[in-house]
Write a protein that binds this ligand. Structure first.
Ligand code: ATP
Ligand code: MG
Length: 417
């Protein structure tokens, strides 16, 4: 038997209802905040990701599914969504119509990491991005929107971590200080961090290896190096979050795994998932649109780890599975043919209806109706047919009534709601 690929998974009925509910909640909330959906391809040219995410990052160094297509062009299964959203904004010159664009997208991402709980090779993200707004008001607003989504989903026990990563004006001085600090640590850092410590020292702060995390505990903080503009920006974000009652902690080691972030960065962490503690992450990326060939337009966004959110939700929430309103138990060929039409008519009216096509006995059909959790069973055999009626049984009260075959679909609907 051919099994699925390691790190990939099937989302089956029974679980998928929870995914649908989260999706519905997210869509409706984001749309209330003025976001519109974009649906983008899951494959892009490799250069889109190497240029945006950055060469010395975990994703680009070791996690991307990259391969030549049949003509030898290098393509990559997207490891994240922002690069594509930016590409499409530039490619379709959406900024010329209105530089401000708020969009969201939901879909699969691919990273070849070591599979474990909360970490898959195909996983799903819910992304939201805002282009064209420089004001810190939008930073606070999208954090508020994210937190509101979790509140609507009744997820508790989350902590919002925020930090500022500065800008190209103030970050270089900090980077130098950090490189100096890391120089003295080469013994205790993992080999990847040793390689990165001079080229991309911020990445070291993001390393998951426990000895690395321990070693950088006393690393200098970027917050001590922010230029006045970045400092103002970050303080305003904090003021606004305070005013909105959004609880957060300042985490000076929060740098996030992608190179394109500037200023505000944030992550929503949970204690419910063990090692994989990040449920959502995001931040500002003011240089990215320009790096990818567009105008100087600022951007900010976040990505929710959909799989991890589902893991948390399923700890204390059963998916709501819609039971059939009606199960039609038609006995014998002739009755089945007639009842088949009612089944389809009821389905088309939005009444969830099931019918068994196998010609089993009434006893077997009742058993099946019970297993499906049907609220009503419509019994229709030779004798009912002769009398021009069918028997409608309420499975909860066990009460049974006869409904006339004349306009039966209406009769059923009238009697079940
Ligand atoms: P982590 O630190 O856990 O590796 P990350 O910083 O690489 O996360 P991002 O690129 O910021 O993650 O993606 C945003 C969110 O997507 C994460 O907070 C997480 O919830 C989810 N995520 C990232 N990688 C995976 C994965 N391999 N499997 C499942 N979810 C993931
Ligand atoms: Mg990662």
């Amino acid at each position: 038997m051919i099994q699925l690929i390691r790190g990939f998974k099937d989302i089956l009925p029974g679980e998928v209802e929870l995914w649908q509910e989260v999706e519905k909640t997210a869509r409706s909330l984001f749309e209330d905040f003025g976001f519109r959906e974009v649906r983008l391809p899951i494959m892009e040219r490799t250069a889109l990701f190497t240029r945006s995410i950055g060469e010395n990052t975990d994703i680009v160094e070791k996690e991307m599914y990259t391969f030549p297509d049949r003509k030898g062009e290098m393509i990559t299964l997207r490891p994240e969504a922002t690069a594509s959203v930016v590409r499409s904004y530039i490619q379709h010159k959406l900024y010329a119509v209105d530089p401000v664009q708020k969009s969201y997208t939901i879909g699969p991402m691919f990273r070849r990491e070591r599979p474990q709980k909360g970490r898959y090779r195909q996983f799903y993200q819910i992304n939201a991005e805002v282009f064209g707004i420089e004001s810190p008001l939008i930073d606070a607003q999208i954090i508020f929107m994210l937190v509101t989504l979790f509140t609507r989903l009744s997820v508790t026990g989350l902590t919002a971590n925020i930090n500022s990563l500065g800008c190209p004006k103030c970050r270089p001085a900090y980077k130098e200080k950090l490189i100096e600090f890391l120089d003295g640590l080469s013994e205790s850092l993992c080999s990847a961090c040793n390689k990165r410590s001079s080229k991309n020292p911020l990445r070291v702060l993001d390393c998951k290896v426990p000895t690395c995390a321990e070693s950088v505990k006393d690393a200098p903080s970027i917050l001590d190096y922010l230029c006045p503009d970045c400092k103002d920006h970050f303080e305003t974000v904090q003021d606004l979050l305070n005013k909105m009652g959004v609880e957060y902690i300042i985490n000076k080691r929060l740098v996030r795994g992608l190179d394109y972030y500037t200023r505000t960065s944030f992550e929503i962490q949970t204690t419910a998932l063990g090692a994989q503690n990040a449920v959502a992450g995001g931040g500002r990326y003011d240089g990215l649109i320009n790096i990818l060939g567009g105008p100087e337009i600022p951007g900010i966004g976040f990505a929710i780890g959909f799989d991890r959110l589902i893991d948390i939700l399923s700890q204390n929430m059963e998916p709501r599975i819609r039971q059939p309103e009606v199960f039609i138990a038609a006995l014998g060929d002739d009755c089945q043919k007639v009842a088949f039409e009612w089944t389809n008519a009821l389905c088309a009216e939005g009444i969830k209806t099931e019918m068994d096509f196998s010609g089993k006995s009434l006893k077997a059909l009742m058993k099946r109706a019970n297993r499906l959790g049907a609220r009503h069973v419509l019994i229709f055999g030779e004798s009912e047919m002769k009398e021009g009626v069918a028997a409608l049984r309420n499975m909860a009260t066990k009460k049974q009534i006869l409904v006339s075959l004349n306009d039966i679909v209406r009769n059923i609907i009238k009697n079940i709601i």
